[in-house]
Design a protein around this ligand. Structure first.
Ligand code: EPU
Length: 308
């Protein structure tokens, strides 16, 4: 272990922060694919600035990952340190006037969307129901402007709490962020550490009904209980990538243990112990088929990280 890693390791031990060396990333992704990270740290938010400072001082490369539900981590693993945000997951309803139509909540970035939605159901807060069934964390959802059923996370975002590369923490208004389809442009090298959401007060029963209806629709159309990374490709303008993949005859295609879902063409399922390399090969074959059949280029939606 070099001196910088030792310093990091000592800091974590002293503060009882979960740090693991040579950690298989397959244990931290919904696909159950991913080689070994040199080190993986799961800090509480209050320790993140110090850790980032040590990483920067030691020029140790680092990668921030939320709940690993929209990533493909390569078989060669990840160089340096993976910072998992799942260690900071607090969520709170903020004080507000009781007659106000709106209610704000603050959630840390590692908080799962599922947990936020369930708090909204219990408290009668509306606006985020359309994101039901998306398995990721709030930070990941903001970074990729996650969406479903015509809703996007940006619709309920008031502002974002960022840790900047110079270790300052700032609040940036959602209106200052350039959001697009599955895209958010944030200040370079900033880390999303939390966000303020603005929800509308509504009858809890009505909110619950909507959540149940979206979850039902999702489970009918998407293989949500299988090991996947969600949609592999972005939808090209005006058309579903899943439909194109389906019509190009790719459903059920497989390489090794990776299979194009027979339920929804834009989901690739790890049916056993698939490799990232097989996943990439299948992406390649499927996109070539769609190109040959329809002349349409498919762009990856999943983030591909790590060493080949
Ligand atoms: N379809 C097929 N075959 C398939 C898949 C879809 O014919 O294999 C048809 C469906 O029957 C439907 C149309 O294509 O008529 C659209 O399908 P769906 O409603 O499933 O929506 P999608 O465009 O495939 C998008 C998002 C999903 C989101 C759903 C629901 C993308 C890439 N996908 O899928 O988001 O959950 O709408 O709103 O934007 C994700 O981003 O990871 C994701 C899963």
């Amino acid at each position: 272990m070099n001196a910088d890693f030792r310093l990091l390791s000592d800091y974590c031990r002293l503060n009882k922060i979960d740090i693991r060396f040579n950690e298989p990333m397959s244990a931290h992704t919904s696909l159950r694919i991913g080689g070994v990270a040199d080190a993986l740290i799961i800090p509480k938010l209050r320790f993140l600035p110090d850790i980032l400072g040590i990483l920067k001082d030691g020029s140790i490369p680092y990668t921030v990952i939320g709940s690993g539900t929209n990533v493909l981590i390569m078989d060669g693993g990840v160089e340096g340190v993976v910072l998992l945000t799942e260690g900071f997951y607090a969520v709170e309803i903020l004080p507000s006037e009781s007659d106000s139509l709106y209610q704000e909540i603050y959630a840390e970035a590692g908080c799962r969307l599922k947990r936020i939605i369930s708090l909204c159901v219990d408290s009668g807060l509306s606006g985020i129901e359309g994101l039901s069934g998306i398995p990721g964390s709030l930070g990941g959802a903001i970074a990729g402007n996650a969406g479903s059923f015509g809703f996007e996370i940006k619709d309920v975002l008031k502002s974002v709490h960022l840790l900047m590369p110079d270790l300052r923490q700032i609040e940036i208004d959602a209106s200052e962020i350039d959001f697009g389809y599955r895209r958010a442009i944030l200040p370079k090298d900033s880390i999303i550490v939390g966000a303020w959401l603005r929800l509308k007060r509504r009858d809890p029963v009505a909110v619950k009904k909507l959540v149940i209806s979206y979850l039902r629709q999702k489970s009918m159309r998407q293989p949500i209980s299988k090991r996947s990374a969600g949609c592999v490709f972005k939808n090209p303008s005006g058309v579903s990538a899943g439909k194109l993949i389906d019509e190009a005859g790719c459903k059920g295609m497989r390489i090794g243990d990776i299979e194009v879902s027979r339920m929804h063409g834009n989901f690739f399922i790890n049916t056993g112990s698939a490799s990232a390399c097989d996943f990439l090969r299948l992406m390649d074959i499927v996109s070539k088929k769609v190109m040959d059949e329809f002349g349409i280029v498919l762009e990856p939606e999943i983030k591909i990280l790590g060493r080949q």
